[in-house]
Write a protein that binds this ligand. Structure first.
Ligand code: FAD
Length: 429
């Protein structure tokens, strides 16, 4: 089957089969449980920022692109006030008690050495110059909380020139590609095998960092395509809409024959993206483990349980034996590496701005969340500078953590959905 990609991924020592097993059996169920919690389901976002690159037309007007923001009383007060750090002394002391509870204590012991080491070495990352993507201004009056569970990522009907313009801008302007494009879409979009071949020859000639950057974007694109195929609008009666997997939609996007051999490569890029975000989760462990790091919703027992769940997830992530080795990127000459890292950072920053040009609000919401999640992963993995003082530390705010966990939640779900499509395709034949 074309979607049965297998074997070792390029530029890393990890095979697809190991990721499938690890994700589908271990990580996916834990992520799903965590993403149902209040802390992770409410995401603050500004969906009304104007597109900074071109005058976009009016909003697409498709019914399934609508996003329903929360009214203030739907969001737990603790989440609304958290950004201002207004914990009452009483609630803080409840949470401190929880930190000392047996469950968290047990986690502490197994981590203590690694944590101490990481805390000693980590750089202060929360500085603007270290960010890989823009964070929406939390206090901007246009920013609103959205309940992600009530606004799931699925087929919206957003397509055609508007959607292509976004993808084209992302690939053309931000993938360091030297091609001049004669038509609206890049060689990737073309029907010619020779152009696609030329692109891959060019890509293979690039340094590992630029290849990795392209793969991340392509992996994100693949994930969106899987979601819209897995939660496709199957029927639309006045009394009911039915959503579910659409095998022919999936096939049209990934079948080797129908995509001139591109589909399986795109699926491999999805696995690569998974490895990057998984590695970032592991590296976030010491920050989350710290006693002062609280998943604050204002309900101390729930917060404590959520922290336990999150730590358990991060431990599970750590148990994966074939992690991507991020030190293989931006290695070599320090000045060159710093310049390359800055190029990548700015390019990714641009991609996060392009998300404000997506005209379908639902697609914009998930596009922003996932680029912010990936941006957070890159910040965790790469913002440390050799010259940074050893005493400074990585910090993550709520928005970044929520975006990161939801982003890997999306990729993990895509990998699980792939399994489902494999079974459906096998039934078809
Ligand atoms: P597109 O997916 O638009 O792709 C255009 C071209 O890019 C293809 O012809 C192909 O040559 C190339 N390409 C495709 N996949 C890859 C890849 N993985 N790597 C490299 N090149 C590739 N639609 C929804 O229904 N629900 C959503 O939630 C949603 N979210 C979106 C979020 C964003 C940020 C954007 C830009 C679009 C979103 N869309 C969503 C639209 C969706 O991505 C497609 O654009 C749309 O379904 C039209 O698909 P298409 O077949 O024309 O190809």
């Amino acid at each position: 089957c074309f979607c049965q990609v297998s074997g070792e991924l390029d530029d890393c020592h990890c095979d697809v089969e190991s990721i499938d097993r690890f994700n589908n059996e271990l990580l996916f169920p834990k992520l799903q449980a965590l993403l149902q919690t209040d802390y992770f389901r409410f995401y603050k976002v500004n969906l009304n920022k104007p597109c900074p690159f071109w005058t976009s037309g009016s909003h697409c007007g498709l019914r399934d692109c609508t996003v329903k923001p929360c009214s203030p009383n739907e969001v737990p007060e603790g989440i609304r006030t958290e950004a201002r750090n207004k914990y009452s002394a009483e609630v803080n002391s409840e949470l401190d008690k929880c930190e000392k509870s047996e469950a968290l204590g047990a986690v502490d012991v197994s981590l203590s050495d690694e944590t101490r080491e990481a805390l000693k070495n980590w750089t202060k990352h929360d500085d603007e110059a270290q960010r890989f993507c823009l964070l929406d201004d939390e206090w901007c009056p246009d920013s609103q909380y959205v309940d992600l569970l009530l606004n799931p990522e699925r087929f919206t009907g957003y397509k055609g020139p508007e959607a292509w313009k976004i993808w084209t801008s992302i690939y053309e302007e931000n993938c360091f590609k030297p091609f001049t494009v004669k038509r609206p879409l890049s060689p990737l979009y073309s029907s010619g095998r020779s152009e696609a071949r030329a692109f891959y020859t060019w890509l293979e000639g690039q340094c590992v960092e630029k290849r990795a950057f392209y793969r991340l974007i392509s992996g994100l694109h693949a994930s969106i395509s899987i979601h819209l195929s897995a939660r496709y609008l199957l029927s639309d009666e006045w009394f009911e809409k039915r959503w579910g997997p659409n095998v022919s939609e999936f096939r049209s996007r990934f079948d080797s024959e129908l995509t001139q051999g591109e589909g399986p490569k795109r699926l491999r890029n999805l696995y690569f993206l998974f490895l990057i975000e998984l590695r970032a989760l592991v590296k976030a462990l010491p920050v989350v483990k710290e006693g002062s790091f609280k998943l604050f919703t204002g309900q101390p027992q729930e917060d404590c349980r959520n922290k336990e769940r999150l730590l358990d997830l991060l431990h599970t992530a750590r148990s994966f034996p074939l992690h991507f080795n991020e030190t293989s990127l931006f290695a070599g000459d320090e000045t060159e590496a710093a310049k390359l890292k800055e190029d990548v950072r700015l390019a990714f920053m641009n991609i996060s701005r392009i998300m404000d040009c997506v005209e379908c609000f639902k697609c914009r919401l998930w596009g922003k969340l996932q680029t912010q999640g990936l941006g957070t992963a890159l910040k965790i993995l790469f913002s440390e500078l050799p010259s940074s003082p050893p005493s400074s530390r990585l910090t993550l705010n709520r928005q970044e953590l929520v975006a990161l966990v939801n982003a890997i939640g999306r990729i993990s779900t895509s990998i699980k959905e792939l399994q489902n499509f494999r079974e459906l395709l096998a039934e078809d034949t």
